[in-house]
Design a protein around this ligand. Structure first.
Ligand SMILES: Nc1nc2c(c(=O)[nH]1)N[C@H]1C(S)=C(S)[C@@H](COP(=O)(O)OP(=O)(O)OC[C@H]3O[C@@H](n4cnc5c(=O)[nH]c(N)nc54)[C@H](O)[C@@H]3O)O[C@H]1N2
Ligand SMILES: Nc1nc2c(c(=O)[nH]1)N[C@H]1C(S)=C(S)[C@@H](COP(=O)(O)OP(=O)(O)OC[C@H]3O[C@@H](n4cnc5c(=O)[nH]c(N)nc54)[C@H](O)[C@@H]3O)O[C@H]1N2
Ligand code: SF4
Ligand SMILES: [Mo]
Length: 858
């Protein structure tokens, strides 16, 4: 089997993958991002490339349609809206998961041919505050360092980053470097204790949004000690005095940290030349996100610790092509190639290179404003590509209503059903990862190829091709006559050369004669090149700027809802949700709640709570844990209406944004938490999928089909009928056992002696070995013994999955720990856990330490 060299479609680490059409998948040992490593999501990619649930042909008004008439319809609707209401009456909402070639043509069509800048992207929810921070400090949007710096640093500070779960291969690289150089220090700054905190030497439980105060305090400490690099500052930095004055005005008590914690951290940071500050969504997704970024950059500029080996700030990008999207100008306030919409010379240069009829003259609508404009009727035609805003935007229910309010909505996706696709007039079938070709740029400015190793299924087309086909129907065929993604890439590189007269960082000349087919992963402007150590910046006078930053006034709320990610799921789960292995890690939408809060709300593990406010509500399973602080519950962002009735937490997040970047404050919802009084709880394992219709319902894949956790406020009349309706299995044999004393009912549905579904219902959360029920599906076990829900003596229950790669469950691990496996390597030796991708190592360590880890239903 020949394996194709390609790049993982998930996070911004951008790992190289060797993939085969039969689902073979391994890390590419030659790729400089991962040198052969993969995380649990990357390892399971082979299980997500089946055609289950794929959108394989165009759909118009819910009915299958042909490409030609669908493209004409889309072109006519966009042309008519522009003709009648002007170019700003249409919008594209795109994604950091598009490839650079897709992004380039979408941007060219909107900005150069429609003449509007109403193209914004989910990167607005992700990287916009970092972009503002970089531009304000450096005059350009550049990540100065490289991944190697992480291995060469003496101190790594992770701010608002759960690296162990979200950029696992970088986490593994740091862990390996730390093992080789035990003096290396890792500090994690997060209001919540995470798997990343478990690896760190120090976890600083900062108050939510206390980051500006923390880094202003650090700057003030730097100024008070001899850590300032005065020569560097004098020669290359403006704004030093004002920034220091503002920093001195800051009340560091706002950090919520003790004096000792602060002084230790400040002394370590200021006293270490090779210090890297890595940051992610705990920084960006905040009403003070841009200021947090500049407060961090100020410290690096004041000490001249930037762009040097092992020293510098490092913005971790989330999506595989978040960086590429920024380079091609995918945000509403940028032009291609790091050029500025507001700069007339830049606009003229791009327009003349494109030979386009027009060019946008002002910034377009940013994501939150864009959906507001949809709601208010200003947007007449909307095209959403490769993102699921009905789930991932703040105020998600209102965003869904806004999409419904647009007269004509097109969604390009790989899946037939998504919460956003369900609102569209037209669905366009996109080719997915493994089927399409193009390039992505990772967090360290490295451009790698995604290569196809599978045929495009059904009538799917690559996103860049779909956009070009629509452009052609609108009469712009000549400008979009690309035949391959290589043609698009070549034009993008040529544009970079054409505008090289402007003083910019982005320089793609290393790709000028690139052999696209055989392109090896390469950084711009050149491999291993760092920025800014030489003091060359991109403000008009060539200097950097330190900004005077004022810490925000922190609002007090009873419950500040923190949100983020799980180790084994990717965003709205359209791909990672396909594999049982990944679904088994945390199978339900949950709320981590501090024990004191749980007490106050009279709830315990396994109960359900409603999280609500004026914007909306979500019903979530409670996990009581002191890993979160009092009043700061945490919920994952992943659950959708496809998978859960009421699990979308973004329904409760206010559309509050950072004033400079427009990035929503997705880490801080003001919510009420109340016990959800369920009349019944249930668990069903079934060979086929079910509709998540109960008041609380969470659907997940299992190795034998599907499972659903459920609860409701009204009791069904008849459990047998309810289960038959749910599982769609009429004409089957039904066995039923009730236990009036405990009020539980157990139901088995079988056909020809084969167990198809097992249902367990009761008045309290169902205590049952899920694995045993799941493993009975498809067997000829006697229904009544399957119904016991207890593991047979010869088939012990492995428990909830901890190691997704080797399918090792919690019970197996606890047995091994009881048997004497007292270290992570020892657990690996006895059970295999943690020996493949290593993403679960922090959880193994936590399990050893406490013999308990928070888990959903067990
Ligand atoms: N498994 C997995 N990995 C992913 C993704 C995924 O969906 N699943 N998505 C990718 C994408 S697009 C992105 S953007 C990245 C995100 O990667 P991360 O930013 O690392 O992940 P998050 O879980 O969103 O948030 C990080 C942490 O910010 C903390 N936080 C909340 N408020 C504050 C605060 O005020 N200050 C500080 N200092 N911290 C705070 C949260 O407690 C959380 O632990 O992950 C990428 N990788
Ligand atoms: N509460 C809360 N909300 C958040 C965040 C948070 O931390 N907390 N994080 C925010 C961040 S950082 C991000 S990046 C967003 C992510 O949120 P989204 O971008 O909305 O989430 P995804 O599930 O990644 O959506 C990608 C969609 O593209 C489809 N797709 C996959 N491949 C292709 C392809 O090749 N072509 C096309 N056309 N479609 C494809 C998938 O099926 C899926 O429907 O969520 C944001 N929302
Ligand atoms: S760390 Fe994991 S998700 Fe991120 S690119 Fe690498 S394999 Fe993919
Ligand atoms: Mo993101």
């Amino acid at each position: 089997m020949t394996l194709t060299k390609t790049t993982c479609p998930y996070c911004g680490v951008g790992c190289g993958v060797l993939a085969g059409a039969d689902g073979t998948l391994k890390g590419d040992p030659d790729h400089p991002a991962n040198f052969g490593r993969l995380c649990s999501k990357g390892t399971a990619l082979g299980e997500t490339i089946d055609l289950d649930g794929r959108l394989l042909h165009p759909v118009v008004d819910g009915k299958r349609a042909d490409w030609d008439s669908t493209l004409s319809l889309v072109a006519d609707k966009f042309s008519a809206a522009i003709a009648e209401h002007g170019p700003d009456s249409v919008a594209f909402y795109v994604s950091g998961q598009l490839l650079t070639e897709d992004y380039y043509v979408a941007n060219k069509l909107m900005k150069g041919y429609f003449g509007s800048a109403n193209i914004d992207t989910n990167s607005r929810l992700c990287m916009a505050s970092s972009v503002v921070g970089h531009k304000r400090a450096f005059g350009t949007d550049t990540v100065p360092g490289t991944y190697q710096d992480l291995e060469q640093a003496d101190v790594i500070v992770l701010v608002g980053s759960n690296l162990a779960w979200c950029h696992p291969v970088l986490h593994q690289r740091i862990a390996a470097a730390k093992e080789a150089r035990p003096d290396m220090r890792v500090i994690n700054i997060d209001p919540r204790k995470t798997a990343t905190s478990d690896l760190a030497d120090t976890h600083l439980r900062i108050a939510p949004d206390g980051d500006v105060a923390l880094f202003n305090g650090l700057l003030s400490h730097i100024a008070a000690t001899d850590a300032v690099d005065q020569d560097y500052v004098d020669a290359h930095v403006n704004g030093f005095d004002a920034a220091i004055a503002a920093a001195r005005d800051t009340n560091v008590a706002d950090t919520g940290l003790t004096d000792i914690e602060l002084q230790d951290f400040y002394a370590l940071w200021a006293g270490t030349e090779k210090v890297m500050t890595l940051y992610s969504q705990g920084v960006n997704q905040s009403a003070s996100g841009s200021d947090k970024v500049n407060a961090i950059l100020n410290c690096h500029l004041a000490t001249g610790r930037i762009g040097k080996v092992g020293a510098g700030p490092f913005s971790l990008t989330g999506q595989p092509n978040a960086m590429g999207g920024r380079e091609v100008g995918g945000l509403a306030n940028m032009l291609a190639n790091h050029l500025e919409i507001e700069n007339a010379d830049h606009r003229d240069a791009v327009q003349s290179f494109w030979e386009s009829p027009t060019i946008c003259t002002q910034a377009g609508l940013k994501a939150v404003d864009l959906f507001d404009a949809c709601a208010s009727g200003k947007i007449k035609a909307l095209w959403v590509m490769s993102t699921n805003p009905a789930v991932s935007m703040p105020n998600a229910d209102a965003v869904a209503d806004a999409i419904k309010a647009v007269p004509f909505v097109v969604v390009s996706d790989i899946m037939e059903r998504t919460d956003t696709g369900d609102l569209a007039d037209v669905l366009l079938p996109a080719a997915g990862w493994g089927e399409k070709d193009g390039t992505v740029t990772n967090s360290e400015r490295r451009i790698s190829r995604q290569r196809s190793f599978l045929p495009m299924p059904g009538e799917t087309r690559a996103d860049w091709k779909i956009i070009c086909d629509v452009a052609a129907k609108m009469g712009f065929g000549d400008a979009f006559a690309f035949e391959t993604p290589a043609d698009v890439f070549a034009e993008y590189v040529a544009l970079s050369a054409d505008v090289s007269g402007f003083d910019r960082d982005l320089d793609l000349s290393v790709f000028a004669d690139a052999d696209y087919a055989n392109l090896i992963p390469t950084q711009w402007p050149a491999n291993d090149r760092r920025f800014f150590a030489d003091g060359k910046f991109y403000h008009a006078d060539g200097k950097a700027k330190m900004l005077p930053i004022t810490a925000p006034t922190l609002s007090k709320t009873d419950f500040r809802l923190n949100t983020g990610r799980n180790r084994d799921q990717w965003h709205t789960m359209t791909r990672t949700g396909k594999t049982a292995r990944l679904g088994a890690h945390l199978a339900e939408p949950y709320l981590e709640l501090h024990p004191e809060d749980a007490n106050a709300k009279d709830v315990t593990d396994g109960d359900l709570v409603t999280v609500s406010n004026d914007f909306g509500q979500a019903v979530l399973r409670v996990l009581v844990t002191d890993r979160v602080a009092v009043g700061q519950p945490f919920a994952p962002m992943h659950w959708t209406k496809q998978r859960s009735r009421n699990g979308t937490v973004n329904a409760t997040l206010a559309p509050v944004t950072d004033p400079f970047s427009g990035q929503p404050a997705l880490k801080g919802g003001d919510v009420a938490v109340a016990k959800f009084d369920a009349a019944w709880f249930g668990f069903v394992a079934c060979a086929n999928a079910m509709e998540p219709t109960a008041d609380y319902a969470a659907l997940a894949r299992t190795q034998t089909g599907w499972q659903m956790e459920m609860a409701g406020q009204t009791l069904p009349d008849d459990w047998a009928e309810f289960t038959i309706m749910l599982t769609g299995l009429a004409d089957a044999d039904v066995a039923l056992v009730t236990d009036p004393a405990s009020g539980t009912t157990r139901i088995a549905i079988s056909q020809d002696g084969v167990v198809h579904a097992l249902g367990f219902f009761g008045k309290s959360p169902i205590a049952l070995s899920r694995n045993t029920a799941i493993n009975a599906i498809g067997t000829t076990d006697a229904p009544l013994s399957a119904l016991s829900g207890r593991p047979a003596a010869d088939r012990p229950d492995p428990g909830v999955t901890v190691c997704a790669c080797l399918n090792v469950g919690r019970n197996t691990l606890l047995n091994a720990i009881a048997g004497g496996a007292a270290t992570v390597p020892a657990l690996g030796d006895c059970t295999g856990a943690g020996t493949n991708c290593g993403s679960c190592k922090p959880e193994l360590a936590a399990l050893i330490a406490s013999a308990t880890i928070p888990m959903a239903a067990e």
